[in-house]
Design a protein around this ligand. Sequence first.
Ligand SMILES: Cc1ncc(COP(=O)(O)O)c(C=O)c1O
Length: 388
Amino acid sequence: MKAETHFGKFGGTFVPETLMPALEELELAYLEAKKDPVFQKQLSYYLKHYAGRPTPLYYAENLSKRVGCKVYLKREDLLHGGAHKTNNVLGQALLAKTMGKKRIIAETGAGQHGIATAMAGALFGISVEIYMGIEDIKRQELNVLRMKLCGATVHPVEISLNKGSLKDAVSEALRDWTTNIRDTYYCLGTVAGPYPYPSMVRDFQKIIGEEARKQILDAEAKLPGAILACVGGGSNAIGIFHAFIPDAGVRLIGVEPGGDGKKHGATLSQGREGIFQGAHSFVLQDNHGQIEEAYSISAGLDYPGVGPQHAHLKEIGRAQYVSVTDREAVEAVSVLSKDEGIIPALESAHAVAYALRMQVKNGDLIIINLSGRGDKDMYHIQKYLEVK
Ligand SMILES: Cc1ncc(COP(=O)(O)O)c(C=O)c1O
């Protein structure tokens, strides 16, 4: 039994021959784990007792008044580590342990995937090395310190002309994996990359939507009209969307980084089809097919690619992708903090920002996936406000 290798025409495996044995080994282990009750029981145990699932679905009464309809927040910011990334990492780290791997490598942008991997490495006794762009090391310093405290090694990456960000960290991790496939597990942090990552990471994240669907039915006895989530590589969005895909009346809205108005990271809104980092999906590229640098104030959304399932959902019209600017995101951080006493990550604030300008009617019901908390961004937000 294969999992989904493609989503419509998107997805697939576009990697050098040398990586194929590692991907095949990973596919086998993942398909085995999917049907193994012992693995599933262990994963449920750690998700509940270590990470704190289920996360609450919180009725944000003050924010609702401002938006003009009922708004619920799925509180992934309360998950251990501070973001949804822990769901995926616990699954993949358990898989690495089952496969007998001695070393885990990962890329990180905002540092949330890096810290989740560092924590899981400490928990399961596996050494962890993180690749992180130099630009991101500067803007997410708190998470770098957290990773190191949990025993991980952080490798600074500088490849692109002016910066090193998430794209470069993924490329460097793939390069490492190519030379160390025997003992090394590559723990990818989002639903992008070659098969089986997009379906495997989705399977580890879909618990967000499964919980939210049950919680909203318990609270309101009806499904929401819309679900909003920010989209970098796309894992928190797919995580909450997935359980609602069959519900045609639920609008699925992915919010991309519109950046500063000139530079951006809105891959689905403004990119084109192409092959990037192992998969056929949407990519930011110039007229010659060269990958363009993405830009966003939020390190976790600063990525020129996106998961292939999102490309498919866009193509069939099941999900809609919009963008908000850096400024709108920073303002949304401030609004949610003042209205509800909840400080969201800059990434998650993109989804909140879109809710603030969305057309709604009294009586509507929406859920925003609050993918992470904002502690890591405090310094950066303050600096942005001082300069602007
Ligand atoms: C809090 C938070 N939200 C969202 C993202 C974007 O990733 P994804 O689109 O895979 O959910 C990140 C990435 O680092 C993040 O840290």
